[in-house]
Every structure is written in C-alpha cells, then in structure tokens.
Design a binder for this molecule. Structure first.
Ligand SMILES: C[S@@+](CC[C@H](N)C(=O)[O-])C[C@H]1O[C@@H](n2cnc3c(N)ncnc32)[C@H](O)[C@@H]1O
Length: 207
C-alpha cells in the first residue's frame, strides 16, 4: 500500500496495537540518549510522537517532520510543549532546516520506506553542527530478508506498507563522502526474540 495512505490509516491504532518493533525502538532510543542534552533536535518521520515526547525532555528545541497528516495530528495531541514544532514534510525532498543548525537528528523506523539513503545522509550532514549526532534505528535487514515489513491489520486483512530493503553496508556507504562517521553500530533483540535474528539495527553517526 502507498506509504502516506497507509500511515494515515494506521495512525488510529499505531500507538495501541501489539508492535514489538515499535516498543523496542522506544526503549533503545531512550537507552542511547539518556543523560544527554541537545540544544537543537530534528526528528525525521516522527509519526505519532512516540519518541518526540522523550526528545522534548532532552532538547531545548525539537523540530519534527512527517508527511502523514493523521500521524502528525496524533503527535500534536500528545506533545504540546512550546519548544516542540511539528511540520508536515516529505523527507525525500530538501529539508526545511538551516545548514549547521542541529545537534541531534533522529530517525526511527522510517528508512525502510525511503529508497534513496544518499539523499537522507546528505541532508543530515548538511543540517548537523560539527560534533552533532545522527541516530538511526531501523528494522534489521536480517528481518527484511525473511519478509518482515511494516504492516497493520484492518478488520481481518493484513495491510503491508511499501518498503525497500537496505543492507547494513548501504548505511555505511551512504555516509561516505558526507563527513558523517560511524560512531556506534548495535544489533538489538526484543526479549521475546531469543534464538531469532536481531530485530533492530541501531547506528549513531557523528559529524
Ligand atoms: C513506522 S512509522 C515510525 C514513526 C516514529 N518514528 C516511531 O518510531 O514510532 C514511519 C513514519 O515515517 C513516516 N514517513 C515515511 N516516509 C516518509 C517521508 N518520505 N517523509 C516524511 N515522513 C515519512 C510515516 O508517515 C510514518 O509516520
């Protein structure tokens, strides 16, 4: 299903349906960033604001982009702090951000919907200040190879969202030449995943 339409529909149940990947991402993001503060944060693909709530606690300003109006509507209800701004935008287009203006960019469970990682890394590198971080948590490609993809249920039907498989090496190659360097790479399992492939790939790139 077309990505924007799918998330507009999924928004009603995104926060409440059983979704181990969503929950593991929330936990992993908080573990990586806990105890740090950032003057300026940009979140790309913020969805219903699951992580925006936490980013608002560790950032002096947060700018959160998503192209699904209905996901954004949920996020705007959830996070009302005045230092958080939501903007409807397609991140495959140039980002509405000043160069060298941001200390942290976060991207959680979004890049499986983006074909061209080079564009995302180029925009992130341009937007970050020196010393800034680009945090990415994605469905691990091992899960993608096995056919796992973003999906939700409508009545008794399973709706699959359009996705692109990205190998670990693609993230590393997309960073090359942008000035971003890999600082941390982790593979993360949910507690129910014993004996299975990792559920998340987690990267921190630094400028
Ligand atoms: C699986 S949700 C993740 C939401 C949130 N980051 C989280 O972790 O809960 C993916 C989000 O990416 C957004 N998205 C996908 N492609 C996008 C694009 N090209 N531009 C902006 N947002 C996009 C969708 O609308 C959706 O809200």
């Amino acid at each position: 299903m077309n990505i924007q339409d799918a998330y507009n529909e999924w928004s009603e149940i995104y926060d409440t349906n059983i979704n181990r990947t969503r929950d593991l991402d929330a936990e992993t993001t908080r573990l990586i960033l806990k105890g740090r503060r950032f003057p300026s944060i940009v979140e790309i693909g913020c969805g219903t604001g699951k992580n925006t709530e936490f980013l608002a606690e560790i950032g002096d300003t947060v700018l959160a982009f998503d192209f699904s109006e209905k996901m954004l509507a949920k996020a705007r209800k959830k996070v009302t702090a005045s230092h958080v701004r939501f903007e409807r935008a397609d991140i495959t287009q140039p980002w509405n951000c000043e160069p060298d203006s941001t200390d942290l960019i976060t991207c959680n469970l979004v890049l499986e919907h983006i074909q061209d990682l080079n564009h995302i890394f180029a925009q992130a590198a341009q937007t970050l200040r020196r010393g800034g971080w680009f945090l990415i948590n994605e469905l691990h490609p091992f899960k993608q190879y096995g056919g796992t993809k973003a999906r939700f249920e409508r009545e008794n039907e399973v709706i699959e969202v359009d996705v692109f498989v990205h190998h670990i090496s693609e993230f590393i190659h997309a960073a090359e030449g942008t000035g971003l360097k890999l600082l941390k790479l982790d593979e993360v399992w949910h507690e129910d995943d014993a004996g299975k492939p990792p559920r998340l790939a987690s990267f921190v790139f630094g400028k």
